[in-house]
Design a protein around this ligand. Structure first.
Ligand code: SAM
Length: 296
């Protein structure tokens, strides 16, 4: 058996891998890091982060805090949204001499975080890509949401511009799977308002500051969440989940709470009262005069 080389990790890119067969094979580890609570790092992740030749991190200052906490001295290189293409070459070169771990600021790399291009490049070079399971805000929120978990759709951040956001939510209006979004606290009420207008009122969940000191999981209808966050502006990191479309029991007319919440949402976004009333009257079937007279 002397001199025989065997690779334990299988690759499905046989054609590409074969053309690089003379290159040394090292591993690119995809390592999730905590989304708040520093204890949420697996024993395997700790070992890999200690053993690799290099850690590619989204923000080296953020990751340094985590690595210092665990007394990990592995060299760091930055790999973020703005340098990810130019850094590919350096990382791939390092991978020809030793193993590299990819981490992001929090959670799983590649999930609304840099990682995809590096993984693609590594695969095309015949480098083993080894994923570690670990922290991820979407699935952490999902399993505690009380919404169906058998089938779900991860959607990341919704578009910021109103017209695009509206179209995007329109496109999801008959989606039957539980939908998971990431959202910033200052855009949450706008997103909820648009959802409430376009989707029928339905169950939704806001999971805030998961794994942290002020963790909060609010379950209710889109109307209730909208009302709550208009009164108590949201803070911290937010994952928003919305139940999928169900045909039965769709109400034909909007109830008063929904009308009030949508109207308040539009006004809170700075829309003129006349324009907001006109739009809500058209969508809800409510009389314009009644909407004008409504005390919000
Ligand atoms: N890669 C990460 C993951 O696996 O979850 C997500 C990165 S993305 C840039 C960051 C967004 O994830 C935040 O804006 C927020 O929407 C969500 N998020 C991250 N940490 C969270 C937490 N502790 N609680 C709730 N949502 C969180």
């Amino acid at each position: 058996m002397g001199g025989e080389v065997s690779f334990s990790a299988p690759t499905h890119n046989l054609n590409q891998a074969m053309s690089y067969e003379n290159l040394p094979m090292h591993n690119l580890y995809i390592v999730p890091t905590p989304i708040g609570n520093l204890e949420d790092l697996t024993l395997r992740a700790l070992r890999i982060l200690r053993e690799v030749a290099l850690i590619a991190a989204e923000d080296t200052r953020t990751s340094r805090v985590l690595l210092d906490h665990y007394d990990i001295k592995t060299p760091l290189i930055s790999y973020h949204e703005h340098n990810k293409l130019i850094r590919l070459k350096d990382i791939i070169e390092t991978l020809q001499q030793g193993d590299v771990a990819l981490i992001s600021d929090a959670g799983t790399p590649g999930i609304s975080d840099p990682g995809y291009e590096l993984v693609q490049a590594a695969i095309s070079m015949g480098i083993n890509v080894i994923p570690l399971p670990g922290a991820n805000a979407a699935t952490t929120a999902l399993v505690a949401s009380g919404l169906p978990t058998d089938s779900y759709l991860y959607l990341g951040f919704p578009p910021r511009k109103t017209t695009q956001l509206r179209q995007y939510i329109e496109d999801l209006s008959i989606e039957r799977r539980t939908m998971i979004f990431y959202e910033s606290p200052n855009r949450l009420t706008k997103t909820l308002a648009v959802m409430l207008e376009i989707l029928e009122d339905r169950p939704a969940v806001v999971a805030r500051e998961l794994t942290k000191l002020y963790e909060e999981i609010l379950r209710g209808s889109l109307t209730e969440l909208m009302q709550h966050f208009l009164e108590t502006p949201p803070r911290g990191e937010i994952t928003l989940l919305v139940a999928g479309y169900v045909e039965e029991g769709v109400p034909e007319l909007w109830d008063e709470a929904r009308v009030r919440a949508v109207l308040a949402g539009r006004l809170a976004q700075g829309e003129k009262r006349s324009a907001a009333v006109k739009a809500v009257a058209q969508e809800s079937g409510w009389d314009r005069r009644t909407l004008y007279d409504m005390e919000l």
